[in-house]
Design a protein around this ligand. Sequence first.
Ligand code: G6P
Length: 609
Amino acid sequence: MCGIIGFSGVRKVPASLIMEGLKRLEYRGYDSAGIAWQVHSKIRIRKCAGKVDKLWEALPANLELRSGIAHTRWATHGAPTDTNAHPHTDSPQRIAVVHNGVIDNYRALKRMLESNGHRFTTETDTEVLAHLIAEQLNGSIEEAICRALREVEGTYGIAVIHAGEPDKIVAARRGSPLIVGIGEEGSFIASDAVAMVGRAERIVHLEDGDIAVISGKDHEIRRASGGIATISDWSRLDIPPTVADKAGYPHYMLKEIMEQPEALEDCFRGRVQREFGTARLGGLNMMPRDFLEIDRVRLLGCGTSYMASCVGARMISDLARIETTAEYAPEHRHSNPIVRKSALFFAVSQSGETTDTIMALREVMRKGGKVLGIVNRVASTIARETGAGIYVHAGFEYAVASTKTMLNTMMGLFLFGLLVGRMRDLSLARGRELIDAVSELPDKIRQILAMRDEFRSVAEHFSGSENFYFLGRGYSYPVAMEGALKLKEIAYVHAEGYSAAEMKHGPIALIDETFASVFVIPRDSVYERTLTNLQEIRARKGPVLTITTGETDDLESLSDRILVLPQTDEILLPFLTTVAVQLFAYEFAAQRGCPIDQPKNLAKSVTVE
Ligand code: G6P
């Protein structure tokens, strides 16, 4: 699982063309990396454990090539070693394969191939593919691939080269994203369009079962549905070349935290209708009557998208008075889900490529349920498969730890709640009041971002702590969970998010003078109750960081440090408190010198189950 780029040129190009693309994919996996290319009908390979830069240094000086396939890995089968890095080959090295996904029946295939005399050198499932294709080779490489894939169970996005067919690259997809691109210098295959930025002009997304063959500027995409891709399948690659710039910030994560005021505005501008106190969400493709029939909403997502869903579920329940719940997508899928005609499902995903979420939405659709997408990446698999939904318009998010997409996803869900609420019990006056409060959010977020020095000093104060609870109630409970997730992800300390109310039913057992608590306790309807919970921690000598709004009189004696945020409507508080927990986690990790943009064991987009 990870990043793939393949290039076939009209003439020789410096290897940097592929390596720059691979570098842009590094956010999808950075355990190890590798590249294969052809020289005089022979395949050459370089691969190593570690980052793309290490691979780049290992390449022959001034290497030029007409074509090649490259890969950056996030290990599933086999440790991240030089040997297990992709590309993988058959024994005589006639075939080289890079692969995203998991081959479920690789053990059975391996046994079969071994009995036919094949010898394996790695622990990966991918190596089986190279041998399987070699076994079927009796004509063109694409025919061999088609025959081999008939025996494969599991998911894949693959790019393959054959020593006997110079400059031809064949790609195939089942469950793992692949995109074909074409530009001045030749054709590309990549698992993410960002790899081709500045190079490809037009792109086409492969669907499951498609096979693409590229060679120089020639390309042929054989659709699983029959026939060849036509001009109408192609679209312009619209990611700006500056996408991979850090804009002077030390980390993408900080850049993306700082982008949040503008990103959030991009999500609600043009969608809120103050005159009617409501929102317009054209992408839902639903008639007013359809909304009246909904009696249950389920939000399915993973990681930070799940956290945003937990906040969004409360918002929709509050605004629209529809029972709304958030669930981890894979848990929902495997719970034999109840799918009713009157229920509406949302697949919530930044990338639109998370396999757990895709599988969950397919299960619901298979049962006849209605699923919409809440997605950041335009034309991603979830956006295409749902065919309707809400794009959250956060812009490109590069850091593995999701930040601006969390805010924009919450906004997408808020707008949905506002829209449906205004069709039910929410008054025009309340709708307008909320829209006015929403339009003030970007400035209030700017005020929080301007407090960066204070966050840094607070992070320094707690830098010795190895254990944290993040505690909150009501809207602050999912924000607390997100704060704990962020700290775990980028700072590698033990952090747990809990309802501040639930804490006394068990977790409090761990509290002593070394176990820190971050209280998300803005002035809201559960403030007094949360204050009681804070006192319970304080009585047991637990160090406390308080994130609040408004007056701090009653918090001073109960907190080691206090961060005071601007106030807003209770339902919108997560847009401010989330920024605070992000910034705290960032400054904490920065002080510890953690590799913030490439946290160990994580990948931006997890395309395996
Ligand atoms: C991975 C990332 C998380 C992300 C999650 C869901 O685990 O490391 O940061 O929140 O996937 O990703 P999605 O693209 O579906 O929102």
